[in-house]
Design a protein around this ligand. Sequence first.
Ligand code: GTP
Ligand code: MG
Length: 572
Amino acid sequence: MAASMWWRGFEAVGRRRFSCSHRNWAKIVPAVDGGEEADLTEKTTAKTFSAMQAERHEQAERTILISCPSNISEKKFYKYLSSYGTINKYFFYEGFGIYAVVEFSDKESIGTLKGFSSIPSLQHECAVPFKSRLFNLRNSHPRELSAARPSVSCLKQSVIPLNELIRKLSGAESIDEQLYTVCKEYQITEENTRLRFLVCSLVKDIAAAYFPECSIRPFGSSVNNFGKMGCDLDMFLDLDSISGRNNTKTGGAFSMEYGTKRVASERVATQSTLSVIGECIDQFAPGCTGIQKILNARCPLVKFSHQPSGLQCDLTANNRIAMRSTELLYIYSNIDPRVRALVFGVRCWARSQGITSNIPGSWITNFSLTMMVLFLLQKRNPPIIPTLDQLRDLAEAEDKHVIESHDCTFVLNNKIKPSQNTETLEELLQEFFEFYGNFAFNQMSINIRKGKEQHKPEASPLYIQNPFEQALNVSKNVNQTQLEKFVTSARESAWILQQEGLKRPMSNTKPWGLAALLLPTMQSPGGKSKKKRQPASERIKSLLDSLKANKETAGYLNRSNGGRRHICTVAW
Ligand code: GTP
Ligand code: MG
């Protein structure tokens, strides 16, 4: 893609957050406090998922990662690297040392740089001579440079600590502002997105030794707009584009096929491909450690840690449905700004309550929580987002997408009309807790394809139908205890949000609203307080029910007053 086209694309996404200066190059700088920042409530016309992926991928191919000396001088750094080619963007961050991400305007510059770089000669060890795009920058004149003060500012690649977030939220004017603040503070930054695509591109260099035309693309929360800084990097090794099934010359006397090894199934082919690439990552990829091949999982994968970026990586192959789910979530996230804000708020709440965890287990995953939020938004009157069946019905012939006989068709985001629903995020958060605090999980399933609950086809405690593989439950891992913990927390939170004492106080230091729900005292670590919480939950449910009855008879909810609820406080 031409550089000028790429640049226009970048402007559309990031123009408010970065300052550009200095002839034809730009250092990426974060938006400063009080400066102009992207308005998260603004309706943006987002790029299509595939256009976004293609641009980022191409950008990553022109980018390198450099481990820098701690006393690096930015001026000298820039001057030195510019001698290899024009630099488009660069930024520094701190991990195990200082790293720089440098994007050249041409891929050829990396070739030139490689030509002038050497494999290190080590004293007690030996270097594996794989020439990757992870470089070490050495001071040629250490003495001269050590006198110089470090002059680089590093961008943060980690998430704001919970106590700091609570402090920020306590100063907000409304629960809506609190939810947008969580989203703004937790979302993956522009630079972190670049780093994620760069790591995929570095791993692709390894896989390309066997499959030169392959691509490695991020999926999941790294790119679906619901990712939090620090979330894992889900990678998809795409070998589909190399099949060449459409390449056959027609009309001649013959057609040619590659001679290939044959294996019993696609799953076996995926397992052996991932096994070999996992081995190569282990042996050759600098910075990749802790490689684990989990090839017998339903979706075989290779797990590893990419130390220079600090990212935990999951490499899968032949996982096109997950890629399509990612695109679907991306589309939903762009329909209305309330979608992202509510998903971030609910994920953050669930984490602080100990309902979810990064470690796989019998708890509700972030993906399932996202589906629950989407389902609630489909059920509002009028709905805030369409059902998946409606998205499919809006699709044109060119949007048709079938994967392994599953219909994965939906319309692209730029063809979806905005909703007429005007509910506030405060109302929606309250509805989330009330809706799921009372949901008939024992009988019904959640189905974002239909936007309606349906009878469960089997007895899993929580049943969230997989939107594409419709016979599957995305929350099959969740056990009864974890579901009860979720329901209990939802009821308690519904109740707490209604307490007058937790409405916005005069002083902006006391945690209120969402901040009150995230307080450590609200946590339920390891189900320790389970026995005590269960009766409280039942009591809260009946209190909420009685409030609901009052609401129906006495017009309890005054939505004309900016959505603020007026209730009598019941002590408990
Ligand atoms: P976090 O990593 O927790 O931030 O969220 P995530 O959305 O990336 O979830 P995860 O890493 O667990 O999974 C990555 C992606 O795989 C998800 O976004 C989905 O697209 C897909 N996925 C995860 N679990 C399931 C599942 O049970 N069924 C299906 N169909 N897809 C899933
Ligand atoms: Mg993930």
